[in-house]
Write a protein that binds this ligand. Sequence first.
Ligand code: MSP
Length: 616
Amino acid sequence: MAARLNTSLHNALSLLNPFNTPLNTKPFYSRNTFRFSQKLQSLSGKRALYCTSSSLGTVPENGVDGAETFVLTTPLYYVNAPPHMGSAYTTIAADSIARFQRLLGKKVIFITGTDEHGEKIATSAAANGRNPAEHCDLISQSYRSLWKDLDIAYDKFIRTTDPKHEAIVKEFYARVFANGDIYRADYEGLYCVNCEEYKDEKELLENNCCPVHQAPCVARKEDNYFFALSKYQKPLEDILSQNPRFVQPSYRLNEVQSWIKSGLRDFSISRALVDWGIPVPDDDKQTIYVWFDALLGYISALTEDNEQQNLETALSLGWPASLHLIGKDILRFHAVYWPAMLMSAGLSLPKMVFGHGFLTKDGMKMGKSLGNTLEPFELVQKFGPDAVRYFFLREVEFGNDGDYSEDRFIKIVNAHLANTIGNLLNRTLGLLKKNCESTLVVDSTIAAEGVPLKDTVEKLVEKARTNYESLSLSSACEAVLEIGNAGNTYMDQRAPWFLFKQGGVSAEAAAKDLVIILEVMRIIAVALSPVAPCLSLRIYSQLGYSLDQFNSITWNDTKWGGLKGGQVMEQASPVYARIELNPEKEEEEKKKPKVGKKTGKAKVKVEQTPTVAEAA
Ligand code: MSP
């Protein structure tokens, strides 16, 4: 058995290609250039909508033959209840990362889905008076509709009740079994149904309460199949010390290393008391434990429905994943259990696991089990997808926890999207219409000759790119907003409305200034498109571009020089309507100083378009 283990470890480690190269010299996604098979190239025409708003339609495929692959996953969400804002958070972040990677020209496979088996789901189906299958269909569909509302452009949606998934779980189980890592034994312990996990007594609160769900764990005794996790203690230690970037952010690595150091215990991978699950091969009295089932969704998702459903085919279509994006509560499953399972089956490991923080309400994790959730459907309906996406990505440092407040939401969105970005575009287009018949007088490259703003914008674009690459999504948003601030400062300093009035050379200079500011707007639209795709499209359309042109943008389009002389701009209309506070709040706001007030890192500009001087 030792020899077998060594072979399978060797396979896993040698397949862990990215970690054989220096980790801190290149961005993580480019370390393992994976070439797409012809088969996958031809399937890619079925890719998801990039922006699901009716106004946006579909985007043609922009990956080039042989493009590097970037496979990223969200967790597969439990269908015990419809999605809440916490579930939406991971998916929004994943979608922005996927969109950014597509802009870089990568062939992206963005995987999401639902986790539908196990006791927790069966119980909630029964509580709702439904049979489990019917319940899963309903809730899984509610995830899909939320993703549509939020403009989530996933490529694959896997349900753990899909027959193709079951086939792959069974094959994987058989591999692990053949490697001698599954055995049968009795187990007695305290079980948290919400976590679907046996807990160590020392990690529980008073009355054996689970610290995450604040509900008592139940004593269980079962005759189960076990996975020999303890065998993988040393290999896991080695992997983490050789490849510290495997777990991100770096502060989560310490947590994982200390779990491993404190000793890994084998865990049970079947349930005798749960019917709603995939039967254990050769023992239909037991079902496979939800985590030993759901994690395989990251692989089964890669297959197409009309293809042969086996592990080898699935793996050839995009494994290993470049990035598993998860919340910190399920880090142990992804950074300890999953790599050990993969090693046991002789498969390569994902390149990175990123554990983000929680959205909290009053300091407590927002969640279905605690019932303290924020309703994402309502939020999107009220404020639109761009505002929701932008707020959570900008406001919460990716990796840390973040609290939601409606006040803060409105302030940020109004200040950044409606004022700094929307208002600047509106003012500029208004002046262009009034003075230049909505037509650019010269190419933006010529207009910017000797203008320092161009260098400033180029530096900020680079800052945004490096932040997107390192998953510092809030800082990426901040860099884009700084471009907007620089554009506003330029507008205020140059005062083109005044120059137009002076006529002659001054008016010619003013016309060039407008080209410069509109070029800034164009660059903002490209750089912000991973986070706020519909807003970016609206900006692009007002700059006179078609939907097809927007759909074929790449990160290269952040280079200065896109706008050309003679290009005709559209009529100005607000790209993001300012959210009005309720009258009481408005009154409170009025009492506060209006200009230059800081909300976090951004300035609030309360005045709306156009300013008095511009309108005159
Ligand atoms: N089904 C498992 C995952 C299996 S992956 C093979 C699961 N599902 S879950 O629905 O409970 O959680 C899914 C994800 O949502 C997790 O990453 C979790 O951290 C995230 N969130 C749930 N509540 C959250 C917040 N309040 N804030 C941020 N993310 C949160 O675990």
